[in-house]
Ligand binder design. Structure first.
Ligand SMILES: Cc1ncc(COP(=O)(O)O)c(C=O)c1O
Length: 377
């Protein structure tokens, strides 16, 4: 890496780890090397770290300890929820949205190939799935149904009204899964009053490590293991646990929960400043998603088509600014985003997702506005 200024605005793809997370993980790897399934001191010590972490995750969601299962991240947790629901709950039909993350959409495609009926909700221009359409589909048949709708979209940031979706599902007796990967650690979630069966989290989206996440399974339903082997995770997911990752995730979630309000204020201030700067200093920019109901961490901007905007992401990178063109999880090479193709069909403009963390500051936003002006002029 050269010494040029570097600014990281791709936090929806992954976040830097907090110093206390790194320290917790280093310490855990050094001290807690016993196998958590062993009954001697070292095993019990490692086990206690995992169970403390489970308690932290459960408390932050107001769930029971027995409802939290650690996984290798959001992808595994979402796969597990959908596949286990079909296998163990007698699901005949899944209702979802075309704007879900690929780890949900591709699992739904797999299930379609296995003769499970999948229906996709209409969405509005801002990325909200239609509650009327959901109601209509649920009232049309009495088939056993799972509704799978993400809490917040990872490309445009629109937040779904999970409470409303949950009420409709309760009314029609449908099971509900929500991919909460972009909201855990960012938006308060209280499961006490929510009628919901599965939610998922991924540590690297809230300043924890990659390769660690969790699945919440409502205690009222009974699910069988998806990975077979040892009795880890109360027989639900075999394999020696990623103790350092789990400990790091709990540390990150504790920090996120503690500072949630202060972070939200700081993030909103930066996001508004960027919107204002882009509106007043560049022409014809458009913001994607629902700005009234959106993550403070994401701003998706469409720039008018031009030779310069085509190379925008590349030129920003040269200026030291890291952002994302589509969903980084799906790319590496730039592929057309299914979310933008759906929300902005045939739009020739260039869309960039800027995503923030509390570690960013207003000076970096000003730098971004300044560089955008330079690159586009
Ligand atoms: C909404 C959403 N769901 C799931 C995932 C996958 O999570 P993980 O990277 O932990 O597999 C991502 C990652 O970008 C995401 O944004």
């Amino acid at each position: 890496m050269n010494s040029k200024r570097k600014v990281y605005f791709d936090n929806a793809a992954s976040t830097p780890m907090l110093p206390e997370v790194l320290e917790k993980m280093r310490h855990t790897m050094q001290e807690a090397y016993g196998n958590p399934s062993s009954i001697h001191y070292y095993g019990r010590h490692a086990r206690s770290i995992i169970e403390d972490a489970r308690k932290t995750v459960a408390q932050s969601l107001k769930a029971s300890i027995g409802e939290i299962f650690f996984t290798s991240g959001g992808t595994e947790a979402n796969n597990m929820a959908l596949l286990c629901a079909v296998r163990d709950l007698g699901i005949q039909r899944i209702i979802s949205s075309p704007l879900e993350h690929h780890c949900v959409l591709h699992t739904l495609q797999y299930l379609t190939d296995q003769n499970i009926r999948v229906e996709y909700l209409h969405t509005d221009q801002k990325g909200h799935p239609s509650v009327e359409h959901l109601t209509q589909l649920l009232s049309a048949t009495s088939e056993s149904t799972l509704v799978s709708l993400m809490h917040a979209n990872n490309e445009v940031g629109t937040i779904t009204d999970l409470m409303k979706i949950s009420e409709v599902c309760r009314e029609y007796g449908a099971f509900l899964h929500s991919d909460t990967v972009q909201t855990i650690g960012h938006v308060p979630i209280d499961l006490t009053d929510l009628y919901i069966h599965f939610i998922t989290g991924s540590a690297h989206k809230f300043h924890g490590p990659k390769g660690t996440g969790f699945l919440y399974i409502n205690g009222d339903i009974s699910i069988k293991p998806m990975i077979h082997g040892g009795a880890q995770e109360r027989n639900m997911r075999a394999g020696t646990e990623n103790i350092a990752g789990i400990a790091g995730m709990a540390t990150a979630l504790r920090a996120a929960s503690k500072h949630l309000d202060a972070h939200e204020t700081h993030l909103m201030m930066m996001k508004r400043h960027l919107m204002e700067g882009l509106r007043t200093q560049l022409s014809d920019v458009q913001f994607n998603g629902d700005q009234q109901q959106s993550l403070s961490t994401i701003l998706s901007v469409t720039f008018p088509a031009s030779q310069k905007s085509e190379l925008l992401l590349f030129n920003l990178d040269i200026e030291g600014i890291s952002a994302s063109g589509g969903s980084a999880c799906a790319s590496g090479t730039q592929v057309q985003s299914h979310v933008l193709a759906h929300l902005r069909p045939d739009d020739p403009g260039t869309t960039i997702r800027f995503s923030f963390s509390p570690m960013n500051n207003i000076d970096e936003i000003d730098y971004l506005i300044n560089r955008l002006k330079k690159v586009l002029s």
